[in-house]
Ligand binder design. Structure first.
Ligand code: CLR
Length: 433
């Protein structure tokens, strides 16, 4: 149903098809877990956290029942749940409108954080996770490229856009809140439908902070707060987004608002809403610089889309949440599924093959804890062996380089993964489980 019209898009699409990236994803998407209800022991977070002031995510020694059956690699892949917004962004001829939709996409990621105060499994060094969707025409890949500090490099490609960056967070429990600060720069590439002016544009931004609040009151929840600056390095448009911190009352909770400026610093769009629910856009009309109708050319007609008269329009709406254990979203539910067609394509390092996480998914918490301990001991032994051989660890599928546009260090995907996968050539992968 995606209309692909520009030649850079066609090139990308042909590459994804030629490399058979969607093969293995034919089975229907999973809509529930084997477990019917969340039967984790109900222990207050505060009672276990109070002795862990100053600890970060890697050092928290919480019982496994505080985990959810996802790996942080899978948790980070949830960023693309609403990637259709990027497909939509690519349909606009006007770059400020593309920015408006890109901005909404960066905020849509936080919908998954509502009712999800659990700890994803810390990825093991060298652990990988792939995910592809024929309906979205994208392929996602991530690898744990560093253990201290923990860094997950991610890379998603689709005909109209790419999305990549590193999940590299500082986290700490200060006795009251558990704060997660994002250090990595994130990039989006858009290949617009109308490509007379721009064939490919680069956006970058840093994610806002995630904070677990309400721990002392026994009502923990994830809040997202802070200022975000999104830059379109190619056209000069930019967006300032503000995520309002949850205060003592719930007024203003989940609120996000922002403004889109063109390269001449003129405010052209505003957006606002709630990251747990929906985001609206509105054209700034009170100035003489008007976008004329033909400048707002788009290849997309079915989705409602932007209004030019200054009235507000819906850009994004969060999906309904299913009632399943661990409060997973419908998207998250599909991530750890192991459908029969996919299994023969997976490398031995894929998160779906992690034994501790699998046990957790079945509600076998003692086995999960035992297996978690076993794979962590194995990881330490491998590290020791490397040190004895005087060997430096090198990630398998990513290499760190200076970004050609943003000039910051980033993890560049070698692309090799999907080619090896197609030919089932994964014999050289490390045995990490
Ligand atoms: C939010 C969306 C971002 C990517 C991202 C990275 C780190 C994640 C965070 C998301 C959600 C909240 C998170 C966090 C790591 C730890 C934290 C899962 C997915 C949880 C809630 C911390 C729980 C710790 C308590 C049990 C103490 O784009």
């Amino acid at each position: 149903s995606l209309i692909v019209i520009s030649s850079p898009q066609v090139e990308k699409k042909n590459q994804l098809l030629k490399e058979e990236s969607f093969v293995g994803y034919e089975d229907p998407l999973r809509t529930k877990l084997a477990l019917d209800e969340d039967n984790r022991p109900k222990v207050g977070l505060w009672s276990v956290l109070k002795s862990m002031v100053g600890q970060d995510l890697t050092k928290l020694t919480l019982p496994v029942s505080f985990n959810e059956p996802t790996s942080l690699l899978q948790r980070v892949s949830e960023d693309i749940e609403y990637s259709h917004i990027l497909d939509q962004a690519a349909t606009f001829e006007d770059s400020s409108l593309r920015m408006l939709y890109v901005a909404a996409f960066t905020a849509s990621m936080y919908a998954s954080t509502t009712n999800r105060v659990s700890k994803p499994f810390n990825p093991l060094l060298g652990e990988t996770f792939e995910y592809a969707r024929t309906d979205g025409q994208y392929r996602f890949f991530t690898e744990q490229v560093s253990h201290h500090p923990p860094i997950s490099a991610t890379w998603t490609e689709s005909p109209k856009w790419d999305f990549y960056g590193e999940c590299n967070v500082n986290s700490s429990f200060n006795g009251r809140t558990f704060a997660v600060q994002h250090l990595g720069l994130w990039h989006i590439i858009i290949r617009p439908d109308h490509n007379d002016d721009v064939t490919k544009e680069t956006y970058s931004w840093k994610k806002p902070n995630n904070t677990v609040i309400g721990i002392l009151m026994g009502k923990p929840q994830v809040d997202n707060s802070g200022d975000v600056h999104i830059t379109n390095h190619t056209t000069g448009d930019y967006c300032l987004l503000h995520y309002r911190a949850h205060g003592w009352t719930s007024a203003g909770a989940y609120e996000v608002r922002g403004e889109i400026f063109n390269k001449n610093d003129e405010k052209v769009w505003v957006l606002g809403g709630h990251w747990n629910d929906s985001i609206y856009g509105k054209k700034v009309t009170s100035r003489d610089m008007e976008l004329t109708l033909d400048r707002i050319k788009t290849t997309n007609s079915a989705m409602g889309g932007p209004k030019l008269d200054g009235s507000k329009f819906l850009i994004w709406k969060a999906n309904e949440r299913p009632s399943v254990p661990f409060n997973l979203t419908s998207f998250a539910l599909t991530l750890n599924a192991l459908p029969p067609h996919l299994l023969p394509y997976l490398p031995p390092t894929d998160s779906r093959l992690r034994p501790d996480q699998r046990a957790m998914e079945y509600g076998e918490y003692d086995k999960a804890a035992e297996e978690k301990h076993r794979v962590e001991v194995k990881q330490r032994a491998a590290k020791k062996e490397r040190e004895q051989r005087g060997e430096e660890y090198k990630p398998k599928w990513f290499i760190q380089e200076e970004h050609p546009v943003t000039k910051s260090l980033y993890w560049k995907f070698s692309g090799d993964y999907w080619i090896k996968r197609k030919d089932h050539k994964f014999e050289n992968c490390a045995d990490i489980y």
